[in-house]
Design a protein around this ligand. Structure first.
Ligand code: HEC
Ligand code: HEC
Ligand code: HEC
Ligand code: HEC
Ligand code: HEC
Ligand code: HEC
Length: 512
């Protein structure tokens, strides 16, 4: 017996005893391994976080949440093992077996120890690399868009067809900086729960109320000071008649800019909050009804506009949250663009994917696309039967002579459906309005309706030429307008255009 062993309460004795108990039971050993690995991971991730220029939210989550959690689990395991061992000891009241003595002079034991040490080293290294990879994966479009496949399917599908198809989800939805990591991770955890237990809302509601403000996302790529001048845009529509007569409007959109250093703040991008500050109150959750707007201009002058149609109450002005206008108030569908059937069919006809020589194809395609189906499969079937039936009953000769064309047409209409309508998520172009323009949705006319006035009698204008200039208009082969600056001529007489709301009739589905 060594002198220390005879003094059972010396601290050295206690430590040694503890260590012995720890290494002799599997539970504590596992705990030790887990703790070591998480510690190594923590240091590795911590280093990445220190040296990377744009720290990613996921590194931080792994480094500061996952690794410590594992470390704690490891420590708890150690404690459980110790407790277990102690109980056993008390029950058995037996002498502890001694450790195997490691003797590095014995070549057998030496190689065993070397093997064990290199195994441990490799394991620690690999798990560090593994967690880096895990972080990379959680940052990827695949993770965001495809992992929760059914939930994100609409957003992911539309995203892939959009101008931002190469921009990662996290560029717009998380951005850089510390607080937003935590925010997005907390809501991420909630989302994982919702996905597992299928408690998520269908569709996922829009707008995203805690979306990161545009200066930290959009403006990281788009230079907000840029002056665009006027841009040519051509709109091609096809009528609901037998010939699918095309109607084309060519217009200059006065996009402009909002920064005095790049040109006088003017045009549409005047709103961009560079020299002006616009805040507003919406009385509905989707921000489609705006009773009150507050403008602070470059000189600091304040103008308040109130809706004449639905004046805000004093309580609303005081209580409702004020939103500061940014890019997303107009560009709310920069990437998840759920194209209305009317526009999708027009685009397809123009691109030649649908055959404009098939009688009534515009009208029929929109009609089948706008129907309500319970599942995508039912929609595929419904589209095929309805279109077939239309041509067999109304145009039997065409049905016989152009079978191949009709088959193609059905395939294309089905493709359009799948790209913008998602019955499983109860989502289509009606549930997610697009605020650019004013044709299918209220959009700009939420404020520019000629009904929002200030106390000194000014109003937010609806004049057709403040946002664009019509350069030409053509119906079939007939030119209707060929002089710049002429007003848009509506194909059917509906009276004074400044007195109507286009989206009342043009719904994107069946109709004009
Ligand atoms: C170009 C920026 C951008 C990218 C890239 C992007 N989003 Fe979005 N996302 C938005 C905006 C803007 C909104 C709507 C915000 C609003 O109306 O409040 C949105 C909304 C959403 C919504 C809420 C439902 C809806 O449609 O409004 C989900 C879910 C979503 N995005 C998921 C994704 C996923 C998954 C990806 C990657 C595959 C992605 N987003 C990529 C900008 C982006
Ligand atoms: C990571 C960089 C990046 C971010 C973040 C980003 N964009 Fe873009 N955006 C682009 C690129 C690149 C294009 C050009 C795509 C092309 O021309 O094919 C583009 C194009 C656009 C266009 C023109 C679309 C068209 O029809 O040609 C608009 C509008 C736009 N972005 C708005 C936004 C808004 C709003 C946000 C924030 C919600 C945003 N972008 C965030 C990179 C980005
Ligand atoms: C008042 C509404 C509004 C706001 C706010 C706004 N935009 Fe725009 N933006 C438009 C309209 C309208 C167009 C014309 C293109 C169109 O109709 O699709 C446009 C065009 C663009 C384009 C495309 C230019 C091109 O070359 O095709 C980009 C990029 C863009 N905006 C980015 C931004 C960014 C970034 C912000 C925020 C800093 C912003 N916009 C704020 C309404 C707005
Ligand atoms: C939240 C309300 C709001 C929305 C939505 C809105 N605007 Fe405006 N807009 C204003 C206000 C306020 C003014 C300034 C009116 C004034 O004081 O003269 C303005 C002014 C303008 C001007 C005139 C700038 C100038 O040169 O004087 C244009 C052009 C414009 N908006 C285009 C648009 C377009 C295009 C859209 C839709 C994509 C849109 N706006 C959506 C509130 C809004
Ligand atoms: C506040 C700005 C604003 C005002 C006022 C305005 N427009 Fe527009 N208009 C737009 C924008 C922005 C677009 C482009 C939308 C897009 O890019 O899809 C547009 C598009 C259009 C189109 C093409 C739509 C399509 O999809 O074919 C027509 C036609 C049109 N406007 C007519 C009018 C008429 C008529 C008036 C007067 C009653 C008017 N606009 C007033 C902003 C405005
Ligand atoms: C009272 C209902 C009504 C209102 C409001 C209305 N339209 Fe129309 N619009 C129609 C009808 C009906 C047609 C003809 C449809 C056809 O020939 O197939 C039409 C056709 C059009 C077309 C030709 C393309 C197409 O879809 O057939 C354009 C472009 C158009 N309208 C623009 C506008 C604009 C811009 C506004 C708002 C300033 C507006 N309309 C408001 C009823 C309306």
């Amino acid at each position: 017996m060594s002198p220390e062993d005879s003094k059972p309460h010396s601290s050295r004795h206690v430590v040694r005893n503890l260590l012995r108990m720890m290494l002799r039971n599997a539970v504590s050993l596992a705990g030790v391994a887990l703790a070591l690995v998480s510690l190594a991971n923590f240091f590795f991730l911590f280093l990445i976080d220190l040296i990377s220029e744009r720290p990613s939210p996921y590194v931080d989550i792994l480094a500061y949440m996952v690794a410590p959690a594992c470390l704690i689990c490891g420590l708890v395991l150690i404690a459980i093992g110790l407790w277990w061992e102690r109980r056993k000891k008390i029950e058995e009241v037996a002498e502890f077996p001694r450790y195997p003595r490691i003797d590095l002079n014995d070549p057998n034991q030496r190689s065993a120890v070397a093997f064990f040490a290199s195994f441990l080293g490799a394991f620690v290294m690999l798990s560090a690399v593994g967690s880096y990879k895990a972080y990379e994966f959680t940052d990827s479009v695949q993770f965001c868009g495809q992992l929760c496949h059914s939930v994100m399917n609409p957003e992911f599908t539309a995203y892939q067809l959009s101008p931002h198809a190469r921009v990662a989800c996290v560029e717009c939805h998380v951005g850089s900086g510390a607080t937003w990591y935590v925010k997005s991770k907390l809501s991420g955890a909630r989302q994982v729960y919702a996905t597992l237990f299928k408690t998520y809302p269908r569709p996922i509601p829009t707008p995203v109320h805690d979306l990161r403000p545009a200066p930290d996302t959009c403006e990281e790529c788009h230079w907000p000071q840029r002056f665009y001048g006027a841009q040519l845009k051509v709109f091609t529509h096809y009528a609901n008649d037998e010939k699918n007569t095309p109607l084309q409007v060519r217009m200059l959109l006065k996009t402009g800019g909002g920064d005095p250093s790049t040109g006088a703040p003017s045009g549409i991008h005047w709103h961009m909050n560079i020299s002006n500050e616009i805040t507003y109150i919406a009385s509905d959750d989707r921000r489609q009804t705006i009773p009150y707007i507050h403008v602070k201009d470059m000189q600091g002058r304040i103008t308040e506009y109130m809706s004449k149609d639905a004046p805000p109450t004093k309580e609303q002005i005081e209580k409702l949250p004020r939103r500061r206008m940014d890019c997303v108030d107009c560009h709310n569908r920069p990437t998840h663009i759920y194209v209305p059937p009317d526009r999708a069919v027009d685009e397809s006809l123009q691109a030649g994917r649908l055959d404009v020589t098939l009688p009534y194809i515009k009208q029929q395609a929109v009609t089948v696309l706008a129907k309500t189906y319970s599942t995508t499969e039912a929609a595929m079937e419904g589209i095929a039967t309805d279109l077939h039936e239309f041509y067999t009953t109304k145009y039997p000769e065409i049905d016989k002579s152009r079978q191949e064309d009709i088959r193609h047409t059905i395939g294309e209409v089905q493709r359009i459906y799948r790209s913008a309508t998602f019955p499983e998520m109860k989502l289509d172009w009606k549930t997610h309005p697009n605020n650019i323009g004013h044709f299918y949705y209220t959009g700009c006319f939420r404020c520019h309706d000629g009904q929002h006035v200030s106390s000194d009698g000014r109003m937010i204008r609806k004049d057709c030429d403040i946002c664009h200039t019509v350069l030409g208009q053509q119906e079939g082969a007939t030119r209707i307008i060929s002089a710049e600056g002429s007003a848009f001529k509506h194909p059917v007489d509906i009276g004074d255009l400044t007195q109507v709301s286009c989206s009342d009739c043009h719904t994107g589905g069946v109709g004009p």
